[in-house]
Design a protein around this ligand. Structure first.
Ligand SMILES: O=C[C@H](O)[C@H](O)[C@H](O)COP(=O)(O)O
Length: 278
């Protein structure tokens, strides 16, 4: 396994994150701009020259993470290896000319960046809206530091506040009907098999499995650790799209150009937008 050598510090200039209103003028809508702001701020704070193995999550926010890492320059990035969590993030790595690795070669990752469908006040989160949560969880567990990046809609007090499809659950195909029956009996009467768009039949994950979306009542969602364990014990379940106590921090881009940072020590920081700081 080729081990990354120690990088030199880049002397290239990195531009500061722009506020969503400014980016909206560049053609991005406010939500996209908020995603970019979260991603840029998180990369600026957590990708250090000594970080050589970096996890790349999945979804629509992560491309901004890669965009910002690329701005650190070739001198640093040529000595880094990037670990994908999905077909999508593998493409992102390869198409940007970054070095591709995998978690079986690099079971210890310096820092991993990933999106989330919702994040609560204890940094528990729902993931798997894009059916990538199995690989995402493996990479997140391999990482010394997991950083979540999202727009303000994902910042909630308890899981299930805005994200209503339910808990994404990857299952082996032949067990899906049995697991659906189990979930309905467990308190998710509206659990459904996720169907594909522009393809007949169910969504098939990067691992060849199916996904069930299982909405649970608020009382269950307020104890995500217990719920995750109960679901994971169902035979046929491969992985549950709830990540408990895994992230060190979550960065949320806000519509006004500020960034809210929630940390696993319970602290919250509000970073004013550059225009507010003047
Ligand atoms: O399976 C997909 C992943 O868990 C995504 O990270 C999650 O759905 C959030 O994606 P986005 O950044 O597009 O909201």
């Amino acid at each position: 396994m080729p081990l990354p050598s120690k990088p030199e510090v880049s002397t290239e200039t990195i531009r500061p994150p722009l506020a969503p209103q400014v980016i909206a003028g560049e053609g991005l809508n406010v939500i996209e701009a908020a995603k970019r702001l979260a991603a840029y701020t998180a990369v600026d704070r957590h990708v250090k020259p000594e970080h050589t193995v970096i996890g790349v999550g999945s979804g629509s926010t992560v491309p901004y993470v890669v965009e910002r890492i690329l701005e650190q320059g070739q001198e640093l990035n040529k000595n880094r290896v990037f670990i994908p969590t999905s077909f999508q993030s593998r493409e992102l790595i390869v198409n940007n000319g970054l070095n591709l690795g995998d978690v079986d070669q690099y079971p210890t990752i310096d820092v991993d960046f990933d999106g989330a469908d919702e994040v609560d006040n204890e940094l528990n989160c729902i993931k798997g809206g894009g059916a990538c949560h199995l690989r995402e969880k493996v990479v997140a567990e391999a990482a010394t530091t997991l950083i979540l990046v999202a727009d303000y809609r994902k910042n909630v007090s308890y899981l299930g506040t805005n994200f209503d499809p339910g808990v994404p659950i990857e299952v082996v195909p032949f067990a899906y009907a049995k697991v659906l029956k189990n979930l309905r009996a467990m308190g998710s009467p509206n659990a459904t098999l996720r169907m594909a768009v522009r393809k007949a039949g169910p969504v098939v994950t990067d691992n060849g499995n199916f996904v069930i979306d299982a909405p649970f009542a608020r009382k269950d969602m307020m104890d995500p650790f217990t719920l995750t364990h109960k679901i994971k014990m169902l035979t046929g379940v491969v992985e549950v799209g709830i990540f408990c106590h895994m992230a060190q921090a979550a960065y949320f881009g806000n519509a006004d150009g500020s960034v809210t940072i929630k940390r696993n020590d319970g602290t919250t920081e509000e970073v004013a937008s550059p225009s507010q700081q003047k």
